[in-house]
Design a protein around this ligand. Sequence first.
Ligand code: MG
Length: 326
Amino acid sequence: MKEDYLRFEEEFLSEYATKSINTKGRAILIEPCSLRTEFQRDRDRILHSKSFRRLKHKTQVFLSPGGDHYRTRLTHTLEVTQIARTISRALCLNEDLTEAIALGHDLGHTPFGHAGERVLRAKTGHFEHNEQSLRVVDIIEKLNLTYEVRDGILNHRLGQTPITLEGRVVSISDRIAYLTHDIEDAVRAGILKEEDIPSSIECVLGKGKGKKIDSLVKDVIKASYGRNEISMSEVVGEEMAKLREFMFNEVYGSVVAKKEEKKAVRMLGILFDYFYAHPEDIPELYKTISDDPIVNIKDYIAGMSDNYAEKIFSSHFIPKGWEDQL
Ligand code: MG
């Protein structure tokens, strides 16, 4: 029962963990749940949202991948969550808070990954996916989450510092997850060969995805155990930074990965202009949120999955032939 779990948090979590009983709470007060703590409720609210289900058809790195084995935003999110829970549990932090933040961190990602983000930034003057993630849970889905979950979602990017250690665990787990799984996807796509990864990096982090995740996770745990911060050893941190740089040069910025991106940018740009000229075609839901048509289009397009964006584009711009009548 919930009482047992609250006692567990009190007795077994680290002094630096965020106990659910100490939450700063929600914008709108709600009746306590008889079974779940506030962070467990937030995790469930995110998991049951429409925006969460849309992650399955949103690009991680490779656009609308034809193969079932490439990551999507959904599988990326699940991998981040699992890594973050492992670290959180080992550090005796609040695993429920960690899980809720991790499940929600990428809800604001646009279709077609960072290409979509760039289009919305160019069209509206400002767009950041972490800010949009918070907008999704607060304003679009109206999930009324706790302060700590909202803070972790908003501040999950490199260079930001969430107020809770659980939020910081998610931030570092996000990087561990994408760097390691994007290598695997890049090899699958033929952009990279395992042998291309500099041996100096593999000497420290190990060969293969499993080994790399294992060394990074264990290093974070070792460097952060019993401390009021989440960090890595200098040696491993340096190699991870080198791996990140390598991935940016060889994969994220590669000509092959970028080729299809241009088409995605063009398509989303055309969609944006179309809805600007035809606000009547923007779903009512978005118009009830803001009177500003630019904000409506931004929320609508940011929420689209790759598939949905293609479908809407095709319904407005590709002529439909007549079917045979039987
Ligand atoms: Mg992420």
